[in-house]
Design a protein around this ligand. Sequence first.
Ligand SMILES: NC(=O)c1ccc[n+]([C@@H]2O[C@H](COP(=O)([O-])OP(=O)(O)OC[C@H]3O[C@@H](n4cnc5c(N)ncnc54)[C@H](OP(=O)(O)O)[C@@H]3O)[C@@H](O)[C@H]2O)c1
Length: 296
Amino acid sequence: MKILVLGANGQLGFELMRAAWAPGTELVGLPYPAFDVTRPGDVEAAVAAHAPALLVNATAHTAVDKAESEVDLSFAINRDGPGAMAAACASRGIPFIHVSTDYVFDGTKDGIYTEDDPINPIGVYGASKAAGEAAVRTATPRHVILRTSWVYSAYGNNFVKTMLRLGQEREEMRVVADQHGSPTAAADLAAAIVQIAAAIETTGSTAWGTYHLTGSGYTTWHGFAEQIFRRLEERTGKRPRLSAIGTADYPTPARRPANSRLDCSRARERLGVSCPPWQDSLDRVIDELFTNPPQA
Ligand SMILES: NC(=O)c1ccc[n+]([C@@H]2O[C@H](COP(=O)([O-])OP(=O)(O)OC[C@H]3O[C@@H](n4cnc5c(N)ncnc54)[C@H](OP(=O)(O)O)[C@@H]3O)[C@@H](O)[C@H]2O)c1
């Protein structure tokens, strides 16, 4: 099976390129900027040139705060890009796997979000990703959209790497304790996509639709940081004092949902995929960072 990954040098793209695919899989990854989803014709040219049996979109504009002032670029990458990919797939009968976000929700639900809950993004990033989901659904029924959250990897820039760095530099850290969600290792997402691809290859189909897929269990950014600092102390003997602050104490250009806990049972039941407990995956990534960090 030939699989084309667009955005091969993001966190998810990197993990997809080194994931354990079925023997015989031909994996082609196009990194940014060699492939630029905003460049007219790039999507169509990539799909036509490589003629994959499955397309996976790992491109995104993920800078949540910058998105507030880069509205057009966010929508070009997060809405028009996946829309064009889905259209290129539809005309050739290619299945399409796309990734979306917990930030399509406003965070006001008193409980855990299911796929049936109404979306209501409160920032440009979430709005552009929600529009991307809609564009994909309109263009092709043969899609799997995986909404995930709080993604990190040993590769790229993310909360885990920032906390490990600052935790060694500073005596004290203040981290937001009133936003609830699930950390997700990009490697776990990639492994789930490998599994979905295998099912598509075997049966020619899958349970198309929109799913939630995150690390198992819920925490806050503060709880996430606490676990990172526990591991940091074991490795280095350094551990900053960690204090809990509220969202109001840490103003950012973009508003973020206070609750973005996603119920992942539908993906488990219909696609047979799930992610390990978030703490276990965090341990694996921290191990990699201390023993054999990837370049860049
Ligand atoms: N990161 C999170 O916390 C998070 C949370 C929820 C959902 N998600 C979703 O999960 C998916 C994977 O995210 P990720 O964490 O892997 O994101 P990422 O590390 O930011 O990767 C996105 C990739 O897209 C590339 N890109 C930027 N502009 C592009 C363009 N014009 N054309 C083509 N590629 C372009 C980026 O290149 P540069 O790095 O060079 O800009 C980067 O390689 C995305 O759909 C994201 O929305 C992420």
